[in-house]
Design a protein. Structure first.
Ligand SMILES: NC(=O)c1ccc[n+]([C@@H]2O[C@H](COP(=O)([O-])OP(=O)(O)OC[C@H]3O[C@@H](n4cnc5c(N)ncnc54)[C@H](O)[C@@H]3O)[C@@H](O)[C@H]2O)c1
Length: 311
């Protein structure tokens, strides 16, 4: 990136938009937040002021708008609205109408097709997926996804921007539904739900097994490096007898459908796999953020000290 970034325009002041704004502001990038809901913008402003002090917002580095303004060429636009193709397309069309032909536009979709989101764009070559993880100001990885029309220069620009934010961009070769992280997360959850449905294990025991075995190992090594260390012949021997027994349903689990139909949505409704009250939620949120920071620091230190999977 040769020119300094004039402003980062974040569209969608929801869960992700707020942590994206924190990330940009922590790196001293001016932020404009756009959301059609004034209440979402107010909540976002309050959270930003709480985090960075009122001084920052007053200095004009952060502003909020319900409508678009014309943006300069060196702004970057991050689309982070509701995960709905029609809404995202409409937002991208508005973005294109309010920026220069070369302005970088990235979408934070969790797994919708980049080509489908970019359909109808005048300049689809400057659209890329940049899938952040929640909270975006903390989690290092960002999946970078090209569409069929995305140029190499756009991917390079996206990665340079992300690296400048202290992120670890990882580029996919093509866009597939769910990209990499959500495909793997859902493959794991499909098996977890199947094990619960079959009564093989209870929720507490399942979480205990996964967290303190695969979980702690994955914090330090990706699954492929971990398997290299374990031996691929051993993995193959297990795969030969196990796969015929693994869950391979093409529809969401019955248990999950039932829970959601009953309003059992997890912490936000007080009941999911576990029971939740406000105190437990607060404790967990605080503990998770604090612990994540420490785990990330350990994982980064491991990488720095040479455990980086040279091929
Ligand atoms: N929540 C996560 O853990 C997570 C993680 C990674 C990526 N994502 C992705 O990030 C995106 C946003 O997710 P979220 O969890 O922040 O959603 P959210 O529902 O919390 O927020 C979405 C915001 O978009 C706004 N919006 C909707 N239509 C709009 C429009 N036309 N113009 C302007 N604003 C509009 C809504 O008012 C709302 O404030 C989604 O694509 C989601 O898949 C979410």
């Amino acid at each position: 990136m040769t020119q300094p970034i004039e402003r980062v325009v974040i569209v969608g002041a929801g869960t992700m938009g707020v942590t994206l704004a924190k990330l940009m502001l922590a790196h001293r990038l001016p932020v404009r937040m756009i959301d059609k809901q004034a209440t979402a913008l107010e909540a976002c402003r309050r959270e930003i002021e709480r985090t960075f002090s009122e001084h920052l917002a007053a200095a004009g580095e952060f502003d909020v708008q319900t409508h678009w303004s014309q943006e300069g060429e060196t702004s970057i636009i991050i689309e982070s609205v509701t995960e709905n193709l029609a809404i995202k397309r409409a937002v991208i069309a508005e973005a294109e109408a309010h920026c220069a032909a070369t302005t970088l536009i990235v979408t934070n979709t969790s797994g919708l097709s980049i080509d489908a989101i970019g359909q109808g764009m005048r300049h689809p070559e400057r659209l890329a997926g940049a899938h952040f993880f929640n909270p975006a100001d903390l989690i290092p990885a960002v999946e970078v996804i090209p569409g069929a029309a995305t140029t190499k220069a756009t991917i390079h620009h996206t990665c340079t921007f992300l690296t400048g934010l202290g992120k670890r961009p990882a580029v996919l070769n093509q866009s597939v539904p769910g990209f990499v992280a959500n495909r793997i997360q859902h493959a794991i959850m499909r098996e977890c739900l199947s094990l619960l449905e079959k009564g093989v294990v209870d929720a507490e025991a399942l979480d205990e097994i996964v967290q303190f075995s695969i979980g702690v190992r994955l914090a330090l090594n990706g699954p492929l490096m971990q398997r290299d260390l374990n031996g691929l012949d051993t993995h193959l021997n297990i795969a030969r007898y196990l796969y015929e027994d693994l869950e391979d349903t093409h529809t969401p689990s019955r248990l999950l459908e039932e829970y959601v139909a009953q309003g059992r949505l997890g912490a936000k409704t007080g009941q999911g796999f576990y029971s939740w009250d406000d105190a437990r939620i607060k404790r967990q949120e605080h503990q998770t953020r604090d612990s994540l920071e420490r785990i990330i620091a350990v994982a980064m230190e491991e990488k720095r000290s040479g455990n980086d999977g040279e091929r």
